[in-house]
Design a protein around this ligand. Structure first.
Ligand code: PLP
Length: 406
């Protein structure tokens, strides 16, 4: 008899975005003539930069000729892309990350989800609430949690992110071996200062913990005092891994390319406290289970760092940030309190009703689809997330419709 991994049965029955899709479908069936504006899911809407498209086409043409054809590439990614990332994302900002500490992959979702495989099942794990659900669910699947009780899994240390701490939790008083952090944050749009990250790095060094730092939205940071990488913080190269993606800066959500930085100085320990290289372990895992991102996609990603690519990526992220500013300013003028939307494409809005109630109210009365904060965790109750990933026209139209409710 084939038996199931019962950890999967602990997962909450449905996924946030499928619940939203169900409600949207119902709305469309009931009101086929009414317009729908989707400011819910964090998918981009603008096309790839032309620098990427040109590089992509050229690389596809290379595949048609035996002399320039590429078969399997290095599992860790081509040197041309790893070098471009090292130079443009790190060395330029004073973070000494070498190309061989960078692993190219097909997405930060997979990497943030897969990384936990390297650790034993009895570690303690700290996860912010609200949170990008992948960190929690993959640890549930691996059997590191108990059952879900009233929306929280037993055996996880939840880091409440709320108005009191400005949606940036402090290190807990208890010991956490593995810590997930994400800044600029999905869903709250909050950013962390160097001082705040320093406290986490100090905590991790003191406890021999590891920080998994998800920086998928770093390209939206405009405040130059904010850190662009955890590796700008002294000591982080000994206790942190960083996840980055080309999805939100260059529109690769459907093209798929990302990278994970695993510094060679990070150590993990066996039961006898012998140290092992995390880099060597991830390299072993990555090259066993992954066969590399396609050559044309890596060429397209490399073009992000050309002069033209940089200009286009800046224009793309500026465009979404202008949308975010429109949303933020309008919601504030209507009396809502908002976080994010300045160095982030997400605006986290406090409501005077429950999350799902506010979601339904906006959908039924305006046709605007947002994301109920409660779907990201207990602390998200009473909030909604509005995403700036849409056309300017749709954003303005959505805000006008919401304003007309007042
Ligand atoms: N990390 C966070 C915080 C995200 O919000 C997302 C996507 O929405 C991802 C990672 C996934 O990125 P990718 O498209 O590279 O898989």
């Amino acid at each position: 008899m084939i038996t199931v991994n019962e950890n999967f049965l602990k997962l909450k029955a449905s996924y946030l975005f499928s619940d939203i899709a169900k409600k949207v479908k119902e709305f469309q069936n009931n009101y086929p003539d009414r317009e729908l504006i989707r400011l819910g899911i964090g998918d981009v809407t603008e096309p790839l930069p032309s620098a990427c498209i040109e590089a992509f086409h050229k690389a596809v043409d290379e595949m048609s000729d035996t002399k320039t054809f590429h078969g399997y590439g290095p599992e860790q990614g081509y040197a041309f892309l790893r070098e471009a990332v090292s130079e443009n994302e790190y060395k330029q900002y004073g973070a000494d990350i070498s190309p061989d500490e960078i692993f190219i992959s097909d997405g930060s979702k997979c990497d943030t989800g897969n990384f936990q495989e390297l650790f034993s099942n009895d570690i303690s794990i700290a996860i912010p609430d609200p949170v990008y659900p992948v960190y929690v669910d993959t640890n549930v699947m691996a059997g590191r949690t108990g059952l879900n009780n009233n929306g929280r899994y037993d055996n996880l240390i939840y880091l409440d992110s709320n108005e009191e701490n400005g949606f940036v939790p402090e290190p807990p008083s208890t010991k956490a071996d593995l810590i997930y952090l994400c800044f600029p944050n999905n869903p709250t749009g909050a950013t962390a200062t160097k001082e705040q990250l320093k406290r986490w790095v100090d905590y991790a060094l003191e406890n021999r913990s590891l920080i998994l730092f998800d920086a998928a939205y770093v390209s939206f940071i405009r405040d130059s005092s904010l850190p662009k990488s955890i590796f700008e913080i002294e000591g982080a190269k000994k206790c942190a891994v960083e996840f980055r993606s080309f999805s939100k800066n260059a529109g690769f959500t459907g093209t798929r390319c990302a990278f994970t930085v695993v510094p060679k100085d990070v150590m993990v320990y066996d039961k006898e406290s012998n140290a092992h290289s995390l880099h060597a372990l991830w390299n072993r895992r990555h090259s066993t289970k992954f066969n590399g991102v396609s050559y044309p996609v890596q060429k397209a990603a490399e073009a992000v760092y050309s002069a033209k690519g940089k200009e286009e990526v800046k224009a793309l992220t500026d465009y979404y940030l202008e949308n975010a500013a429109i949303i933020r300013e309008k919601m504030i003028s209507l009396g809502y309190s908002c976080t994010g939307g300045d160095n982030s494409p997400y605006i986290w809005i406090k409501s005077d009703m429950g999350s799902w109630e506010f979601f339904d109210y906006l959908l039924q009365n305006t046709g605007v689809v947002c994301t109920p904060g409660a779907g990201f965790g207990q602390c998200g109750e009473g909030y909604i997330r509005i995403s700036a990933f849409n056309s300017r026209d749709n954003v303005i139209k959505a805000m006008d419709k919401i304003a007309s409710l007042k």
